[in-house]
Design a protein around this ligand. Structure first.
Ligand code: ZN
Length: 278
């Protein structure tokens, strides 16, 4: 097993895969090549397919190779209820990464970006962006180095060289639209409720929206702006939920709309009750 003498410090809420790739960048290495370092050991321990954010075996192996204590390693995900499939974990917040660099750190992937119901950043109140899916159907892991190399401030934080194919527009950035600031705030407030499993009206709205929103299953979803972004590229098995960011945004917008209707119906019903009592 390789011994890795030094590693970057893991950051708040960071994914294990993100930390592994930042370590690879530190050694000027390619992500796939770096993962390859661990593969023999993983196979020896009986693991033939690995989810980099879920594998306790990988977590143990990486800890042993680096000598980083368990408390300082990024944790593996424990809540997998809304987890996107491997190839669909493509979302990130551009503003969070700018803040990471401004505070002297490196851009990194947050664990909560891996949930399919997370489509916006609660800190910046903006929709997330998404890396384009890999054109290689056998690429099982999402690598971020090409995106990190695409903006001067991120590139400098990793000491990466500029790469030609990505020049700042190499990812999908949802249009913010012309909605009034108040309406956008309201939309994001409703979206934040959808991730909360204990919020019953939000969950009912989500179930209904999923039932009445079958169009995400088609790779030529009409709201697809970028020809390279197809559901079939990341969602081979066509799971119950969409994986592509633009389809997720579309579905969750409809959920928020339904939830808004529930809320206004509920408040007008309680107004009626109050006025009848008077
Ligand atoms: Zn953000």
């Amino acid at each position: 097993m390789p011994r890795i003498p030094a590693c970057p410090v893991s950051l708040t809420g960071e994914c294990l895969s993100s930390w592994i790739e930042r370590t690879a960048c530190f050694y000027g290495c390619d992500f796939d090549h770096w993962i390859g370092q661990f593969s023999v050991e993983l196979m020896r321990r009986g693991e033939t397919t690995t989810d980099l954010d879920l594998s306790k075996t990988l977590w143990t192996v990486v800890g042993e190779c680096t000598g980083v204590s368990p408390a300082r390693l990024p944790s593996v995900l424990s809540d997998t209820s809304q987890l996107l499939s491997n190839r669909a974990r493509l979302a990130f917040c551009e503003h969070c990464w700018d803040d990471d660099v401004r505070s002297g750190g490196q851009p990194y992937i947050r664990q909560h970006w891996l949930k399919w119901t997370t489509v916006h950043c609660a800190n910046h109140r903006e929709f997330l962006s998404a890396k384009y899916p890999s054109l290689d159907r056998y690429a099982f892991f999402v690598s971020w180095q090409d995106i990190w190399a695409s903006k001067p401030n991120w590139r400098d934080a990793f000491e990466l060289r500029k790469r030609a194919p990505y020049s700042g527009t190499g990812w999908y950035r949802p249009a913010t639209g012309a909605a009034h600031i108040h309406r956008r705030k309201q939309l994001f407030r409703l979206l934040e409720r959808i991730s909360d499993a204990s919020d019953l009206p939000a969950n009912e709205a989500l179930t209904r929206a999923l039932e009445s929103f079958p169009s995400w299953r088609h790779s030529d979803h009409r709201s697809t702006q970028t020809p390279r972004m197809f559901e079939s590229m990341i969602n081979n098995a066509f799971t119950e939920v969409p994986g592509l960011l633009e389809n997720r945004i579309e579905l969750l917008r409809q959920t928020a709309l339904l939830l808004g209707c529930f809320e206004s119906r509920r408040s007008s019903a309680s107004r009626d009750v109050r006025s009848r009592r008077k």
